[in-house]
Write a protein that binds this ligand. Structure first.
Ligand code: HEM
Ligand code: SF4
Ligand code: SF4
Length: 641
């Protein structure tokens, strides 16, 4: 059901873009393009970025004042980050609903999960680097969430708390946390493409032009700007959020740390297990090799879109030096290699070659000598609802047979020649759209083999006008019906014109597609920007005051915080077998008028105390630390006392 919605949406988009320029099936390649833009613009931003804590904010905030290139790079970096998220989601949903996660594809799925997490992570750390109020709010929530991780959590959170709010050390930490993961992501990308032969990593050129141009236009017209500088002794009030990239932070805040971690963990495990849960191969559907027939020509190994076939050397006494070897685990049963083998050495249990031939030959035995125009229609099962078309054929169904294939790539061109010899007036091949092929390259190979561009091609003596290639999808049966009738009339009368399909991009559709993609890119960025500029949201309770207790002290220990006679917290910390040392990080929200807050810390037999006279004030933060065995209060001086 959902698969059919995805396919019909793509088919609908095909009408505007043509098969080759439809961005939906190329979403993965667009993500790759945007990754490249992000890397390039990120490298430029890095040149301008200052890690010196007083300069970090200024080096980003005033980028647009100083240089055109810097401002352009900032805008393109921010907007391509938004766009990449959108296309990564589209690519993921498409892979999911078209069932592209099973068998040999699990590597792509698993690494895709890692890449998606990487994109989410980069979005969040990227928004901290400008060190403005938004960065501060994001960092506070992230630290609070991290502090809830038992053991290392408080230690990580404390590493970011310093006397001055922002310090050079902190800036370097965040910068490293933003710059190092892309190197790890390269490994994920390698794994993502590992089992895909000839991955289409770049979208079609007109799409590249439209998207990059759209980003440049947006970067110029809507320059990315910073908010007021961060002040870590205040609680940030409502600020605007990027609704795409910062939604994880909003989840962290609204769910609370524990619920967030549990939900995130379960979601990741569930997501990563999709290939096991939904696509576990129950039968032995992989392609079979007849070793006696294989001559080791290697065409199948080159053609297999999932790199599931290799060539093994044979001992010198054998007739042929090489023989195909099938990696059953990688085979996704697409059938594309069947069309590569001119020696009948490969077969698919799901759709046997013998059955395909039997259906065509039985039909020709009956109709081959007819004076009409018997047609054989080889149809990819993903491209056509054969039953529906057959029902609607009416009188045209006479002398026509549909022979289903797993993929148009399963068609061996020698069969076409045989059919025409045995009396077929014409042969029609129905495949999926250029980019929508379930076997990735089957639709393209079918075309290439028919038009003498890929071996084993249709012999040149076969008249091409008797072979009709049609791109289709299940929701356009009416369209196919019309083409079959047209082909039949043409064969019967041997007159009229028809143009055989070959997927060159017509100039008008190139122009239309480029314009639509350009408008979409700028429109999406404009509206999402407008939306998030308006969506002001307070990540924190900024009407209250806050006390943060940040201690690195031996355990067991006990922390008590009370206000006048009211106990706010009383927490014990135990030695977890790490020699007794460990970090304590506690965040306590207090009323803005709160005063006389007493902090008592017991560590072994030692007791340290400090009193915050207050009032702390709305939106103010006080940090309690330990120095030379004493508790000291930071931030309090900022209250004007
Ligand atoms: C940085 C993020 C990503 C990039 C750059 C990317 C890029 C690509 C590209 C270029 C392809 C090859 C398409 C082809 O040649 O047919 C591909 C395939 C694939 N991707 Fe991604 N992808 C990303 C994220 C994801 C995510 C999040 C998922 C889902 C969890 C995913 C799942 C897949 C699958 C299953 C395939 C194989 C499709 C097939 O068998 O036809 N990818 N990806
Ligand atoms: S059916 Fe053939 S082409 Fe398809 S994945 Fe298996 S071995 Fe490769
Ligand atoms: S295409 Fe056929 S003959 Fe050639 S290597 Fe593959 S299985 Fe063997």
């Amino acid at each position: 059901m959902v698969e059919s919605i995805v396919r019909s949406t793509e088919a609908w988009a095909d009408r505007f873009f043509s098969h080759r320029l439809n961005p939906l099936p190329q979403a993965g390649a667009i993500v790759f393009l945007l990754l490249t833009v992000l890397t390039g613009s990120g490298a430029i931003l890095f040149l301008y970025y200052s890690v010196e804590f007083k300069e970090a904010y200024r080096s980003v905030a005033y980028l647009h004042d100083g240089t055109i290139i810097g401002a352009l790079a900032r805008g393109m970096h921010r907007y391509s980050a938004d766009l990449i998220f959108l296309f990564a989601l589209l690519h993921m949903l498409r892979s999911f609903f078209l069932g592209k996660h099973g068998e040999g594809r699990w590597r792509s799925w698993l690494s895709g999960t890692g890449l998606l997490l990487f994109l989410i992570y980069q979005g969040v750390t990227g928004y901290i680097l400008p060190w403005d109020e938004r960065a501060q709010a994001v960092l506070n929530v992230v630290l609070e969430t991290i502090a809830a991780i038992p053991g290392i959590g408080p230690e990580i959170a404390n590493a970011f708390l310093t006397n001055d709010g922002i310090s050079t050390r902190k800036v370097i930490y965040i910068l490293a946390l933003h710059l190092v993961p892309p190197i790890v992501a390269l490994g994920f990308l390698g794994f993502h493409f590992q089992r895909l032969r000839r991955p289409k990593i770049w979208p079609q050129k007109p799409l590249i032009v439209a998207i990059v141009l759209g980003l440049v236009v947006c970067a110029v017209l809507l320059p990315a700007k910073s908010l007021a500088p961060a002040d870590f002794f205040t609680i940030p009030g409502p600020v605007s959020y990027d609704w795409l990239l910062l939604s994880p932070v909003v989840f962290m805040k609204s769910m609370g740390p524990s619920a967030f971690w549990i939900t995130a963990f379960m979601a990741i495990v569930l997501f990563a297990s999709v290939p096991i849960i939904l696509s576990y191969r129950k039968s032995d559907d992989y392609v079979r090799l007849d070793e006696r027939k294989c001559v080791g020509c290697g065409l199948c190994a080159v053609d297999c879109p999932y790199a599931a076939i290799e060539l093994d050397p044979l001992p010198p006494e054998e007739k042929h030096p090489l023989m195909a070897w099938i990696d059953e685990k990688r085979c996704v049963s697409c059938g594309v290699c069947i069309g590569s083998c001119g020696f009948d050495a490969l077969d698919m249990p799901l759709r046997k070659c013998a059955d395909i031939r039997l259906e065509a030959e039985t039909f020709l035995e009956k109709n081959g000598s007819s004076k009409g125009a018997p047609i054989i229609i080889y149809a990819c099962k993903n491209a056509l609802d054969i039953n529906e078309v057959e029902e609607n054929m009416g009188a045209d169904g006479f002398e026509t047979v549909f022979v289903p294939l797993l993929c148009a790539g399963q068609l061996y061109t020698g069969w076409i020649e045989e059919d025409l010899k045995k009396g077929a007036a014409g042969v029609m091949v129905i495949r999926c759209g250029w980019n929508s092929c379930a076997g990735r390259e089957g639709a393209t190979f079918a075309e290439n083999r028919i038009y003498h561009e890929r071996k084993p091609w249709l012999r040149k003596r076969v008249p091409l006008e008797k072979v009709r290639l049609v791109s289709c999808d299940k929701n356009r049966s009416g369209h196919v019906l019309g083409l079959i009738k047209q082909f039949k009339r043409w064969l019967e009368k041997d007159s009229g014109t028809f143009q055989s399909e070959k997927t060159a991009i017509p100039a008008p559709s190139m122009l239309v597609s480029t314009t639509i993609v350009l408008l979409f890119t700028t429109g999406f960025i404009y509206f999402s920007n407008m939306l998030w500029e308006r969506w002001e949201y307070a990540l924190e309770d900024w009407n209250k005051g806050r006390v943060i207790v940040s201690l690195n002290s031996p355990k067991p220990a006990r922390l008590k915080v009370s206000m006048k006679d009211k106990l706010l917290i009383d927490k014990r910390f135990f030695d977890k077998g790490n020699g007794g040392r460990g970090t304590i990080y506690e965040k306590i929200a207090v009323d803005s008028l709160a005063s006389d807050i007493l902090i008592t810390f017991h560590s072994g037999s030692k007791v340290s105390k400090t009193l915050i006279k207050g009032p702390i004030g709305a939106g103010r933060v006080v940090v309690v630390r330990e120095k030379a065995g004493k508790l000291i209060v930071e931030g309090y001086k900022n209250l004007g006392e």
